[in-house]
Write a protein that binds this ligand. Structure first.
Ligand code: TYD
Length: 207
């Protein structure tokens, strides 16, 4: 049993989760909480190098299996090096994406199989699961529109297109249905403050 609480944020590209991560970080800082914030893939020296390979648009030859294994490798590293030690010390850990991303992106959208990916997720984390996961639900079209407004350059994963993002969303919805309450689905079209209120109310008494 870990002493700290492990919170993850999930959703398709452009769902607005990064904004909410920032709000939660500010909130925890203002309230004097001991926490760390990390992102996947990345968050360690090794993980950031794996991230570069994964997101590099030049890597067009990467197969779905390789992609999956690289995400899992980065995850194994951050779990052992950063997340587990922090939780053992009693810190709150916030992670921008964790293993549900692999289930939705590689398991569902890339067609590797959600159960297969779930087994690999457990192998990569040594069985560690988030205590609570916020899933920001939005359609692929609306998310694309938001990304367009922000004018961000697409990475290799984002290049996969609208149908891919919609499949990812379906993957998340399936995960949420089968998560026994771990995954809290939030309508990402709500206002920024409204969404943050939902997050705070779900974390009440836990952090
Ligand atoms: P990033 O720039 O961190 O995107 P975001 O700001 O949307 O989190 O890029 C991560 C990309 O990698 C994103 O498109 C989601 C994808 N991804 C997977 O396909 N599988 C995974 O297991 C993880 C963690 C991310």
């Amino acid at each position: 049993m870990m002493k700290g609480i492990f919170i993850t944020f999930e959703g398709i590209d452009g769902c607005g989760k990064s904004t909410q991560c920032e709000l939660l970080k500010d909130y925890l800082t203002d309230n004097g909480k001991d926490f760390i914030f990390v992102r996947e893939p990345g968050g360690t020296v090794i993980g950031e190098r794996i991230r570069e390979i994964l997101l590099d648009k030049k890597n067009t030859q990467m197969t779905a299996r390789t992609e999956l294994m690289l995400f899992e490798a980065a995850r194994a590293q951050i779990t052992d090096e950063v997340i587990r030690p922090a939780l053992e010390e009693g810190k709150t850990v916030i992670c921008d994406r964790f293993f549900d991303s692999s289930s939705a992106y590689q398991g569902k959208a890339r067609g590797m199989g959600m159960e297969f990916v779930s087994d690999l997720n457990m192998a990569a984390t040594g069985g560690l699961k988030p205590d609570i996961t916020f899933f920001f639900d939005i359609s692929a079209e609306e998310a694309l529109e938001r990304r367009g407004k922000r004018g961000e350059a697409s990475d290799r994963i984002e290049l996969a297109g609208l149908k891919f993002q919609e499949d990812v969303r379906q993957g998340y919805l399936e995960l949420a249905d089968n998560s026994d309450g771990r995954i809290v689905t939030i309508d990402a079209r709500l206002g920024i403050d409204e969404i943050f209120e939902v997050i705070k109310s779900n974390l009440e008494g836990k952090i």
